[in-house]
Design a binder for this molecule. Sequence first.
Ligand code: FES
Length: 257
Amino acid sequence: MQSFSAEVTESARLYGETHVLWFRRDSALSAITPGQFVMAYCGEGADPLLGRALSIHRLRRTDAGDEWALLFDIVGRGTEWLGRRREGDVVRMVGPLGRGFEPRTRVQRMLLIGGGIGCAPLIWLADQLVDEGREVTLVLGGRSEAQIFPPNLLPPAVEVVVTTEDGSTGERGRVTAPFERLLPWCDQAFTCGPEPMFGALHDVARRSGLRKPVQALLEARMACGIGICYSCAVFPARGGVKLVCSDGPMFDLRDLY
Ligand code: FES
């Protein structure tokens, strides 16, 4: 983990209120895995003081060199500032942080479930799993079409299922329905999204009796990102306390509920 300055190479509103920022890849991010995050310090000087914890969204190689991206919704002062960054601007970052996804070796069928902006780290995971020759189905869920990551920006080998609560695109309903259908098919599942979605997925997995491994990437308000402040503490049903920033953000769903 290091503090570094990330230079913006591209800034775009990708869909709805969701923005993508691409950065030149710094040596601080030479060894990273999907699911890890950075603390992005949004603003000039010390205002706002705290960073925003954002998952690394994707990697790419261009003629100018290697780049990495953040995908985020504009939801407040910090992300608004971030969304106004343009090519050549610099953002102070600390990272890489946390424990990312851990795909099992020698398994083939991977099921990825993203709720809203929770799709951000799953896109990179999908890229990587397809590169490794695995079968990938990605379920993208949102309230409406405006919250759905454009499927045409995914590798063609990724099977995409879309659900929206208002039925504006894909299946009407929530991600739990395709999760229930596809759970028997998959060898391992990965998910990221709002906390209530994890509870619903856990219920489906438990009722199925299949005991398939499901790794969940938790989101939490983080002040330090490095295990000092306890602002990101969660309390698993079996007792104890876990810190999302340093014990996670990846947890086995069964260890939480
Ligand atoms: S954000 Fe400070 S302990 Fe996790």
